[in-house]
Design a protein around this ligand. Structure first.
Ligand SMILES: [Zn+2]
Length: 394
């Protein structure tokens, strides 16, 4: 989103268009350069950054973060977390894939967002619940109007209100807006990812209830998650404690992410061979995994984990695999059908689950009642017309 307000120009998010990307690339036809991606319309064009004062990234899914290497000049860029960004950037820079094109150019200056503070551009970041942590929406107090850009968000998350507060050092966007009686939002720019989707609206709480039910009849639970999905990791950690399962992490990125939780209910154990990482948690060998265990792993590392467990004689024949589906599937090209094939082959029972990181259409009325915007603009959707009908504009 490019916001022009007289002499001030702001850019909110600058993501990768995975729908366009998937039209031109496969696992063996890969991007050659940032310029090529820009030409195809996978990344924003240079002129869209013209005279920009600052760029604000709402969260670090690649369809919002994009490639900082695409930023054509010295524009200050605000990110949700510098430590998480730097960790990811280091991984990309040594990647044998096109991801090595993503790291920033030397002239791009990055700074961490400070929520609840109005900055020099009159922008305030407000935390929201999403499947990437941290995630923000942005309030912009413009010259003639106030604008709210939601980024990606869901209404119900995996955390209690208190846990959310601890993790984000403050309340959510909804709590903040409800508490500010004098705040008027003129224009709401809202995502519409789930608009037109018939997928059953499973809340995070319901997802955990289902996983609890499945886990109770098994000794070993292996769960995949996206490397930024801290809320889900936290909820699984609490579940493992409740069920008295040993809690293990077999992924560097997830181990790195868990450090962000200020009051961990208890400490995970890190599987050394799969997560060599300097984190302040106990490291163990694969052989030390207890019989009753819940193991977190990323999609990419899941198959390696299962193969290693099998060869170490640690893959329980009572193991269940729970794959949280990425969404939308195109956002970050994951080959999760292939992963599923491996589990079939290894004889592991498996399920896929998706508690969406986005609000569901039935929650739209409540959202609009809380924010009370004068104008609404939907983005990030394949069904903008339907959205407008749902909110009674057409
Ligand atoms: Zn997202």
């Amino acid at each position: 989103m490019r916001i022009e307000d007289k002499d001030r120009v702001l850019v909110f998010d600058q993501g990768i268009r995975f729908d366009v990307m998937n039209k031109y690339y496969t696992s063996f036809i890969t991007p050659r350069s940032i310029a090529e991606l820009r030409d195809l319309g996978v990344l924003p064009r240079s002129e869209w950054y013209e005279n920009t004062n600052s760029i604000y990234i709402s969260h670090m899914h690649l369809d919002h973060l994009g490639a900082l290497s695409n930023i054509p000049s010295e524009i200050k860029t605000f990110l949700p977390s510098l430590s998480i960004y730097n960790y990811m950037e280091e991984k990309w820079s040594t990647s044998p894939t096109w991801l090595s094109l993503i790291p920033r150019k030397y002239y791009v200056e990055i700074e961490e967002l400070k929520p609840f503070k109005t900055d020099k551009n009159n922008v305030m970041a407000l935390p929201v619940s999403h499947s990437a942590f941290p995630a923000y929406s942005f309030l912009y107090f413009g010259r003639d109007e106030t604008l709210l850009y939601t980024g990606d968000f869901r209404v119900e998350g995996f955390l209690t209100e208190e846990e959310f507060y601890d993790l984000n050092q403050g309340e959510s966007m909804f709590g903040f807006i409800e508490g500010k009686q004098d705040l008027r939002v003129d224009t709401l720019i809202i995502e519409g990812t789930n608009i037109g989707s018939s997928r059953l609206p499973i809340s995070p709480e319901q997802a955990i209830n289902i996983i609890r039910k499945v886990a109770k009849s098994h000794n070993q639970v292996i769960a995949t998650l996206h490397g930024l999905d801290l809320e889900y990791a936290y909820a699984l950690m609490k579940l493992s404690e409740e069920l008295k399962f040993g809690f293990y992490v077999a992924s560097s990125q997830i181990a790195n992410l868990l450090q962000k939780i200020p009051k961990l209910p208890f400490k995970p154990k890190i599987v050394e061979s799969l997560a060599e990482q300097l984190v302040p948690f106990e490291k163990i060998a694969l052989e030390e995994i207890e019989e009753k265990s819940l193991i977190l792993v990323s999609y990419r590392e899941a198959i390696d984990l299962v193969k290693e467990l099998a060869s170490a004689g640690k893959l329980s024949n009572d193991s269940v695999f729970i794959m949280s589906e990425p969404e939308p599937q195109v956002e970050e090209a994951s080959e999760y059908e292939v992963i599923a094939n491996w589990f079939s082959r290894m004889g592991v029972e498996f399920y896929t689950i998706r508690a969406s990181g986005h609000y569901y259409p039935y929650q739209l009325k409540t959202i609009l009642k809380t924010i009370k915007p004068k104008k609404v603009q939907v983005i990030h959707t394949e069904k903008p017309e339907l959205f407008n009908i749902l909110i009674g504009e057409k």
